[in-house]
Design a protein around this ligand. Structure first.
Ligand SMILES: Nc1ncnc2c1ncn2[C@@H]1O[C@H](COP(=O)(O)OP(=O)(O)O)[C@@H](O)[C@H]1O
Ligand SMILES: [Mg+2]
Length: 400
């Protein structure tokens, strides 16, 4: 591992804030350039610098800038970069890129592809059908006897899943996605899935394509209000580990889901190099996959990164994944609990006022365990970094 590693981290969320914070603790890391970063990262200073003059999806410009800066590791945080195939742009440049290939990232970019992938490889998941035709989808919804979930197949920023309470709501969702194109091309194909009953967990797993090492299970809270009320969001908070999940259950998940998943990648797509996020429903008949993401989860990462133990060097782990050395690289966690709570403007996930100051008052005596706040899509008004993001959210994090 080089002594003066320069990292380019792509994204501007709380996830990137958590990753940059942990990478900055690695003695081998000299600097971390975050593109575009956010207001919280602008305050981080130290090893962290923001790049605000390269467009979010201009990967040729990213390669050029990475070469100019002498970058030794690229880390793709945000889903769009992973699904766009950022790894393919860096391949052959000599700069390792921690991201699955565009081919492997289809597991996130198309829920229809992901469901077929699971079915072909006997990976437990709910019953489903996929449709591009509105009439055919309505016909199926009319006939089906179980409760369903309706999903836009493409990326939809966590807003493309509808849990209809009646058939009518289901038909409305199909009309919105397939006819009214509410989600644009992302909704031109829909998955109608069996509604699964149980409790939900997320697992983040590092992989170099062959070896895989998971972090403890996390539980994300999707709805905007307390008590599981209100519309689904991109995640209002998260904690880890989850006491309900036993070691035996984790073994079942490794044997029936994670092992077969990485094997299937090797067999039929590109080996999966990066961080696989597996969303699972633990049902009465065992764990079933809800979805895969081909990158670190947000807000899971904010809760999980602080659990890494002192012997874990995140930069080394990410580099090891890109060079097939994960088996001999330490990934360990502290036996503690960690939580991340998201603070959002009133109105989120719908329309909400932007540009309000984040005061972030908290009682240091009572909540002594709160370490740091991590920003997600915010901007810092008083620094030279004035790029305005379209969200205004901060995450508070604590460990116990
Ligand atoms: N088959 C299902 N049964 C029950 N709930 C589901 C099902 N699929 C998704 N959900 C709920 O909807 C949420 C979002 O679905 P998911 O597939 O994770 O899409 P995304 O994260 O892309 O919005 C899940 O976290 C879960 O709470
Ligand atoms: Mg999800």
């Amino acid at each position: 591992m080089p002594e003066d590693l320069r990292v380019l981290l792509v994204g501007g969320g709380g996830r990137e804030h958590a990753l940059a914070w942990r990478l900055s603790l690695s003695p081998q890391v000299e600097s971390i350039y975050v593109l575009p970063g956010n207001g919280g990262l602008a305050l981080q200073k130290g090893k962290v610098q923001l790049i605000s003059d390269v467009a979010d999806r201009d990967y040729n410009a990213m390669v050029k800038r990475a070469k100019e800066l002498g970058i030794g590791l690229v880390v793709a945080g945000v889903d769009v970069a992973v699904v766009d195939g950022i790894e393919d742009y860096f391949r052959g440049t000599g700069i390792p890129c921690f991201s699955p290939t565009k081919g492997a990232a289809r597991i996130e970019g198309s829920k229809a592809y992901a469901k077929d992938f699971m079915q072909r490889n006997n990976i437990p998941t709910g019953e489903y059908r996929t449709f591009t035709n509105y009439e055919a989808a309505c016909q199926y919804l009319h006939e089906v006897s179980h409760d369903v979930v309706i999903k836009a197949s493409g990326l939809a920023a966590g807003k493309g899943v509808v849990l209809p309470k009646s058939k009518e709501e289901g038909f409305d969702a199909l009309r919105d996605m397939l006819l009214n194109k509410t989600f644009g091309d992302s909704g031109s194909e829909v998955v109608i899935e069996e509604f699964l009953v149980g409790y939900e967990i997320s697992i983040l797993t590092f992989s170099d394509g062959t070896t895989f090492k998971s972090l403890p299970p996390a539980q994300d809270h999707k709805t905007v209000f307390d008590g599981d009320r209100g519309p689904n969001t991109g995640g209002m908070g998260c904690y880890s580990p989850v006491d309900m999940v036993s070691q035996e259950l984790l073994q079942v998940i490794d044997c029936t889901i994670l092992g077969p998943t990485f094997e299937a990648f090797r067999k039929e797509a590109d080996p999966f190099v990066g961080c696989l996020f597996t969303g699972l429903m633990i049902t009465e008949t065992g764990p079933k996959v809800l979805e895969y993401n081909a990158r670190f989860g947000d807000p899971e990462t904010q809760a999980l990164i602080p659990l890494l133990d002192d012997e874990t060097d995140l930069a080394e782990v990410l580099l090891a994944c890109t060079t097939g050395r994960l088996a001999s690289t330490h990934v360990g966690v502290r036996f503690e609990y960690s939580a991340c709570v998201v603070q959002a403007s009133r109105g989120y996930p719908g329309d909400f006022p932007k540009g309000l100051p984040i005061t972030g008052e908290y009682d240091r005596e009572c909540t002594r365990l709160i370490l740091v706040s991590r920003h997600r899509d915010t901007y810092e008004k008083h620094s030279s970094f004035t790029r305005r993001r379209d969200k205004h959210i901060s995450c508070w994090h604590c460990t116990r």
